[in-house]
Write a protein that binds this ligand. Sequence first.
Ligand code: NAD
Length: 469
Amino acid sequence: MDEAQSVIIDGEKVAIAETFEVIDPARGEPFARCPAATPAHLDAAVAAARRAFPAWAAASLDERAERLNRIADAVEADKEALAVLLSSEQGKPRASALGEIGAAIGWMRATAALRPPVEVIQDDDKLRIEVHRKPLGVVASITPWNHPVLIATWHIMPALMAGNCVVVKPSSFTPLSTLRLVELANAHLPPGVLNSVTGEGGLGRAMTGHPGIDKVVFTGSTPTGRNIMSNAANTLKRLTLELGGNDAAIVLPDADVDAIAPVIFAKSFGNSGQTCAALKRLYVHESLHDALAEKLAALARAARVGPASDPESQFGPLQNKAQFDLVRELADDARAQGGKFLAGGAANGEKGYFFPLTVVTEVSDGMRIVDEEQFGPILPIIRYSDVEDALARANASENGLGGSIWSSDIKRAEALARRLDCGTAWVNDHSSISPAAPFGGAKQSGIGVEFGHWGLEEYMQVQTVRIAR
Ligand code: NAD
């Protein structure tokens, strides 16, 4: 079994005797062991980060940017091996793993190009007022299991670019690729600037209450986000919370079914639906409902779901047993309530956490498959007749990560998209993101944003400097 990955504290690999199993989701069996850090390791990591902070914060932006670019080069050089690790623990096909790593590299370089602004508010013979931004100190990053390399990159790189030091804790379901990423990065960073800890149970909780940590950036479920917020309150930590989504899409009667079907399919089922801003509820006007549902079902039936070891696989398994069980439960509930499965609908009993790409119609709001974040490969299609009613139903969710409108009338679609209660609204697209545009959740989908200068500034303290003349 693979035991090659170590946590890195203060620039050194730390030998930890205690380990836990990492499961291969394609087989449902352990394939590697991961070090189980103790609270003492966490204390050591935070102390190392605190020691490294003054020099790192004082380094010029250009120096920090150069190091980020060197890390991007190192990840590029290692991407094949990193992709194997990512596929093994996450389950995604090799091409998807390489895609995730490629996106991470692009994000590193884009983040290295960011510069926090210095604003001059007033400058006259009496007074000059400048607004500066300073790093916060030590940032704790806590990541989920769906896109471990990319999401760790989204946390770590802007935090470092802003001049902070970082302790990252990946999900215990997918810890190994993050440990490798941190090891690659450490070759280009001063000791203590970027540290990793891995473990099960209470390690994340210990981070969010730790007095030596100034900010927590968290991507994961809404219940965990609430937990973190309350645990971080005593030390008044800064928080960025990227939480769950249950994104709605509304297809207007004038949409071009042939053109949109493959895009909707890709945006619903990418990463086997395990993407926070995946398209999760599809409201289709009754005039197009049957035609679009059948096209999507045909694409789902033709898709190849299989292990990463098979080069023909286009979609992998669910990442873990709990997620697999939830998806099955939601499919069974939809069936019991009269849902009609045009594709998929049940696991075929083979080894691993495989669930077929599933399209279900004759479902509506009030059913679990529509109301709950499913985070899996099921697309519920809801028939509607009145656009205002569809918009109201799309907005009736407690989540508000993303939403989309699909139409040939761009002006009308844009006007409707802007009425969606969510952090990102798309027209004739869904879930696409860019390093320069802010991304974050409305309502219970989060607090704060990532990416671009907005994201960088989340890792900085505003300081007003008033100079009396
Ligand atoms: P999760 O909330 O179960 O776990 C996320 C991380 O938090 C893991 O590292 C876990 O170990 C840690 N954790 C668990 N309990 C904790 C606690 N009390 N204190 C501190 N840390 C704790 O989420 P998950 O199941 O790994 O990921 C799936 C969820 O993530 C979905 O809800 C999905 O929508 C969301 N997500 C959101 C975004 C976004 O950008 N908004 C992106 C990806 C995933």
